[in-house]
Design a protein around this ligand. Sequence first.
Ligand code: GAR
Length: 207
Amino acid sequence: MLKIVVCVSGGGTNLQAIIDAIEAGRITNTEILAVISNNAGAKALERAKNHGICGICMSPKSYPDRESFNQAFTDKMTELAPDIVVLAGFLVRIPPQMVHAFSNRIINIHPSLIPSFCGVGYYGLTVHEKALERGVKVTGATVHFVNEGMDEGPIIAQKAVMIEQGDTPEILQRRVMEQAEWILLPQAIDDIANGRLEIRDNHVYRC
Ligand code: GAR
């Protein structure tokens, strides 16, 4: 059984997609140990509670400095001891010591086709604003392993989504979620839970 901890910051629609996929049997051999949010008011925590999943709030704002948050967050994760950490719209940078402790065991969903529209400052709605500003015709989402860089780890899966005339960032965000994110992230978790992925030379292969 793959034990996962899901980290969230806001709405939690990706968390919901994971919960629904587990309940529907589209993700198998997987158990959510806990949901961690950096934001006490996150709707994601409510979603966790509705499904009897333990919700934990840990915000950098409650610590005297970033280093003490980083250590506390890493210690909490070590105590929970998941096989995989899933970043489902988690907008806090993962501490370097945690990346190290969970090497190739943290995955993230990003709302663009990496390496486009990613890196520092590219998160949430901003990603879609930038894609529309640039006038690209295709965007999408990416699931990847997390390394020390920002959105730079080995790519697990990507799915393209067409941009349509008249799109606003909000409309585009919803389409990318519906057509890509809510499909890709559960699929990646199911692939990991069932031993279908392998990392070699910083690349992910299906096996
Ligand atoms: C999602 O679009 C996710 O891809 C994005 O935040 C949103 C969270 O929505 N993540 C990032 O931008 C990470 N760089 P949700 O809380 O409804 O799942």
